[in-house]
Design a protein around this ligand. Structure first.
Ligand SMILES: [Zn+2]
Length: 281
């Protein structure tokens, strides 16, 4: 049996130390290896996230087993985490033995979201697994044109009540970020809101969609109490760059392309994790 990694302690230690833990999605074997090898190179722990793209593609079990295999091979320290899980997915992930989960009840009315999240927290905590939840909405990059940010931001009073009544361990917030990278819109974080959320909720905060955020902005968020940073797009682009570089030379084996993707992504994972972990000093 694999011993559980104490995900809660990693995030709370990061919060106390003024740095952040990186959380990255894998999409196949090579990206799983790239993340774990990059984490090992950086000497940093990493959240290996079973995300929204891989679940319909390979299923939670296969995604989980791929991480386990690469974890053993590389000897890296990783938290196996379910990202944006539905109720059924949370149950499946807990049965498999993940270290941390995110339950996403954003589609539910607020009161129902509180009630369901509390149920999830009770079950997960019984198994020693911490729970992340999200309040506010995080837009997709393709929808940015029509976004009224005030409708998307996390409300501080709602967040305080939500954390208090559900008992979640860390809270994902919406403060100006979006999923993806935009070539036209500069991301801008509402730092005052981050401060208010930290003060009112008392739990470490999580930022999704960190790709494309300037390092200084990330540093500002972390110094105010963000302790987990989810990043996907920028790393996926590195993987793609590697594949395209090899194939631009003509027809080559798929393995040669995947291997170059893996090594470029590995280097970028290591750079990001060093950056996130280095904020504390
Ligand atoms: Zn997200």
């Amino acid at each position: 049996m694999r011993e559980k990694v104490d995900a809660r302690k990693l995030v709370y230690d990061a919060r106390a130390g003024g740095y952040a833990v990186g959380a990255i999605n894998h999409h196949n074997d090579e990206t799983a290896q790239a993340i774990l090898l990059g984490a090992k190179d950086a000497g940093a722990p990493v959240f290996m996230q079973i995300g929204r793209a891989i679940i319909p593609h390979l299923g939670i079990r296969k995604a989980y087993e791929m991480i386990r295999r690469s974890e053993e091979e590389t000897g890296a320290t990783c938290v196996i985490h379910l990202d944006h899980g539905s109720y059924d997915e949370v149950v499946e992930a807990l049965k498999l033995g993940v270290d941390s989960i995110m339950y996403d009840g954003a589609h539910l009315p607020f009161e129902e979201n509180i009630a369901t999240t509390r149920k999830v927290v009770e079950a997960a905590h019984f198994l020693g697994v911490p729970v992340e939840a999200e309040l506010g909405k995080i837009p997709e990059v393709r929808d940015l044109e029509s976004v009224e940010w005030e409708d998307y931001y996390t409300d501080t009073d709602e967040a305080a009540r939500f954390v208090e009544e559900t008992g979640i361990d860390y809270l994902a917030i919406s403060v100006g970020i979006f999923h993806g990278i935009s070539s036209t819109t500069e991301p801008k974080l509402d730092m005052e809101r981050i401060e208010a959320l930290v003060e009112k909720t008392g739990v470490p905060l999580v930022l999704h969609g960190v790709s494309g955020l300037p390092d200084e902005m990330v540093r500002g968020a972390v110094s105010r109490g963000v302790a987990k940073l989810n990043i996907d797009t920028e790393l996926r682009l590195k993987f793609r760059e590697g594949i395209e570089a090899v194939w631009s030379e003509g027809d080559r084996h798929l393995e040669a392309a995947l291997s170059e993707g893996r090594s470029r992504m590995r280097a970028e994972v290591s750079r990001k994790l060093r950056l996130f972990g280095g904020f504390g000093g």
